[in-house]
Design a protein around this ligand. Sequence first.
Ligand SMILES: Cc1ncc(COP(=O)(O)O)c(C=O)c1O
Length: 455
Amino acid sequence: MKNDNFGLKTTLLEKDRNHLWYPFTQMQEHLAAGPLIIERGEGPFLFDIDGKKYYDGVSSLWLNVHGHRKKEIDRAVTAQLDKIAHSTMLGLSHVPAVELAAGLAAVTPPGLNKVFYSDNGSTAVEVALKMAFQYWQHRGQRDKTKFLTLANAYHGDTIGAVSLGGIDLFHRIFRPLLFHTIQAPSPYCYRCSLNLETDTCGTACAARAEEIMSRRHRELAAMVLEPLVQGAGGMLVQPPGYLKKIRELCTRYNVLMIADEVATGFGRTGKMFACEHEGVSPDLMAVSKGITGGYLPLAATLVTDEIYNAFRGAYHEQKTFFHGHSYTGNPLACAAALASLKIFAEERVIEKIQPKIQFAADKLQSFHQLPAVGDVRQRGLMVGIELVRDRRTKEPFPPEAKTGAGVCLATRKNGLILRPLGDVVVFMPPLCCTTEDLGIMLDILHRAIKETTLF
Ligand SMILES: Cc1ncc(COP(=O)(O)O)c(C=O)c1O
C-alpha cells in the first residue's frame, strides 16, 4: 500500500481497532501499541501496509514451511480452484483428498495407514481422543476411558484439547468445563519438577509415567504427548530416549499412544516427523500446521489399520465414528498439501536443512553469554530461549515486566517478527531460510535480548 493511499490506510487501522478481536491477545494493551497489518509475503518475508519488510521468524505461528508465495503451491491451489473449491467428505470423496491420504500414509511412521481429515490442530487432537475412547468401547474394554497427559502440554483450544492441556495460564479458567485427565511430569529439564539433574536423573520423569501406567492401565485409553518438543509449553526439548520409553510403556500396558505432531511435523525437528528420531510409531498421530506448507487450514488424524478395523461393522452395530466438520478435507487445502509433499521430495528439504540446523546451533552458542539467557533449547529449527532475571537461581523476571514481549517488540523494530511464550523467546523460521537469513535473524535477536535486558 503506497503512501498516497494514506486515507485508505487510516480507514484500515480504524476498522482493525473497531472490529477485530485477535486470538491469544490482550486487546487493551494491543490497542494502545497499535496494530501491525500485513499485506503480502514473499519467501521468508512479510510486508506490512507501509511496505516495511520483516523476516517471518515464527513461520506465521509455526505454519509456513517453503516460504510465502511458493509458486508450486500457488499453482496447485489455482489449478484446483479451476476444478472445485469445496465438496463434502461426508459420504463422498474427491481427487486431492485421495491422493493426499496415500501421500501422508507413505511419509508418516510405519503402520499409520488410514487418514481422517479435519481443519486444524485442535480438531485433529479431538478426533484422536474420541477415536481412542470409542476404540476401547468397541473392543469391550469399557473402563478404558481416561487419558494420560503431560504437565506443560498444549494440544489446542477446543474443550477436549484443553482437557489434555497442562498450561495453567491458558487452561486454569476453563477447569470446571473440562473432563478429568491424569498428568505425568513434563520432561522440562531446565526446571525439573522432580528436582533432579539431567545427567544423573535416569529419565525419572518417564519412570513416573511408568508408575502411573502400571497402576492405572485398566482405565487408561491413551497417553497423549507432543513428541520430542513440548511447543507452547516453552519449547521444552525432551531428553534422548524419553519418547522411545513412552512407546515401550504404552505397548507394555496396552495403552494407545497418541502423538500430537501438529507443531513438530513436516520437518521442524530436522526429520519429517519427530517420532522418526527415536524410531517410534504411535497408534494415532495428529498433524496440521505445516501440512499445507502453511497455506490453508487442514489437519489429519492418522491411525493404524487395527484401530480403523475396530470401527467397521454393519450400520446397526453402531460402530460408526460420528464426527466430521463441514470443511473437512477441503480440496484447495489438500491440493496445497500435495504440492508441499512434492516439494519436500523434489527439493530434498529434509537433507538441505541439516546444515542450517547446525549453523543455528553454532550461532546460538553466543546467546549463553548474555546474562539474561537461562536456557537455550533447540531441536531442528525449533528454538526456545528462556530469559531469567538471575541465571544462578533461575529466578524468572516478574510477569509485569513482560520481558519476552519486550524482546520481540525490539526485534520487530529491526525487521524480525517473533512471538514469545511468556519469557521464552521462540524462534521457528520457515525451513526455506538460507543460512544467511538465519544469521541475520539471530543477530537481530541477540541484539534485542542484550538491549532489552540490560542489568
Ligand atoms: C502441539 C500442538 N497441538 C495442537 C495445536 C492446536 O492447533 P490449532 O491452533 O491449529 O488448533 C497446537 C497449536 O499451536 C500445537 O502446538
